[in-house]
Design a protein around this ligand. Sequence first.
Ligand code: ATP
Ligand code: MG
Length: 324
Amino acid sequence: HTRGVISESNDTAPSGWTHAYSGKVRDLYVPDLELLGGAHPLGDVVLVVASDRISAYDHALSPEIADKGRVLTALSLWWFEQISDIVDNHVVSVEVSTTHADGLIPPQFAGRAMICKRLNMFPIECVVRGYLTGSGLVEYRAAQAAGLPGQVCGVELPTGLTDGSKLPAPIFTPATKAELGDHDENISLAQAAARIGEEPAARLRDLSIAVYERAEKIARSRGIIVADTKLEFGIDSATGSIVIGDEVLTPDSSRFWPADEWEPGRAQSSFDKQFVRDWLTSPDSGWDRAADGTPPALPAVVVARTRARYLEAYERLTGQPLAQ
Ligand code: ATP
Ligand code: MG
C-alpha cells in the first residue's frame, strides 16, 4: 500500500488474520491462509476494523473516543442497506468468531469490524457536495479572485455563493488520494478520467451523485443536512463490477449539519468533530495550527462531548440508540 502504515494498530493480532495496513482510523487485516487451511471460507476477503482513533486537521489526536469505531461501523452498515438498490457494497459478513481461527470476526473487534470483499480500490476519492464549504469554498473564492466564474473541480457555479450555501444541484468533485502526510487534492472529472478511464469516471460520478441524493433525502427527514460526503469505490475482481467500499456517510467521511441551525454566511456547526476543532483552534489548547506541530491531548470534557455527538448522529439518522 503506497500510503504506508501511519500508526500501528493498538489491537493485538487476532487469530486467523494478519495486520496489513493502518490508516488514520481503520486497520485492515488479511486472512492468515496457512492457519485457515489454504483459503478463507468466505472467499477473497479483508477484515476492516474501525478503531476509536480520531483525527483533525490531518493530525492523529489523543485520547481515543470510546465507541467511535462502533458508531462508524454500525452507521456504515445501516447506510449500505439504504443504498443497496443503487450500488452493491463490499460487506460479506459481520459474524463474530466462536471457535479458534474460523476466519470470522475476532471477539475483541465485535461491533466495529466487517469482513469485506477485497476490492481493487479506485485511486480517487469520490466527493459529492450539495453545499459549499471547506476546500470547495476555498476553490470557488480563488477562482473568483482570479476574475473567473466561481467553480469547484471544473464545475461552474453561480455567483454570490457563500460559506454554507446550498448548490443548485449536487456536484461531483473528486480528489486524489494523497500520499501519506499529504492533503488530498481536488481534481476535475477530466483528471479523474485520465487516472481511471473515461467510462469508470462517469460511472463513479453517477453512482456518487445517486448515493448522495438518497442520503440527503433520508437525513433531511431526520433533521440533518448532509453538506458533502466522500465515497470510495473499487472493483470486485471476481465479477469485474464496481462495488462501494470503505465507510459510507459517517461523521468522519461527511459533513453533517443540524438542519435547524443552518444559516449560510458563516461556518456551520457540524455533527462530528466540532468540539475538537473548536478547542484545538482556541487559545485554551495552546496549539498553533499554522506551525503544524503535534496537537496537545484533548481534555476529558471535549472527549465526552465528542463521544456524545457521534452517538447522537447515529441515533438521529437510524432512529435507534447504538446497541450496548
Ligand atoms: P485516511 O486516514 O485519510 O482515511 P485511509 O483512507 O488510507 O486514510 P482508513 O480510512 O483508516 O485510512 O483506512 C481504510 C483503508 O482501507 C483505505 O485505504 C481504503 O481505501 C481501504 N479499503 C476500504 N475498503 C476496502 C476493501 N473492501 N478492499 C480493499 N481496501 C479497502
Ligand atoms: Mg479513509
